[in-house]
Design a protein around this ligand. Sequence first.
Ligand SMILES: [Cu+2]
Length: 173
Amino acid sequence: MKRFNKSSLAILGSLLAAGALAGFLLVRYGVEAPQDRYITITAHKYAYDPPVIRVNKGDRLHISLAATDVTHGFFLEGYDVDAQIPPSDFNFRVRHPSKSKEFKETDEIVVVASHTGKFRYRCSNTCGYMHPFMQGELIVNPNYLFSTSVGMSFGLCVGMLWIFRRNGNGGKS
Ligand SMILES: [Cu+2]
């Protein structure tokens, strides 16, 4: 019986070590996963480059805007951002429509990708006959690493329970 407990202790020990590792990974890559992403979006007749941006939930987006031909707009659905981008200028003007109609000059929009889903960005400054079709898409994915880590921890808990039960039965017989 004593010998049995020793081996189960060893198994428990390694499970705990694995659990600690999972916990470390969770903190390192899960909870703290939100990254700073520096994105430059160039507007021209009648598209944005890049046309699709993929980020993870919680990421902090530093968005710079530039226009190469005429003044374009940048309205980001779901994030209360609207900008006017004059050509050949590092700065652009931005406003948060729900808060103010006033545009303010800036060189960067900082937005936290706080909700998942697909959000279109489209031109909000009439720039030509194809203007209504000028749009792109911001895709905010859920944090998969975070989910994986939680799943791993859950698996470890189940594994430990199973070992406890097995040892309980083994001890009696
Ligand atoms: Cu435009």
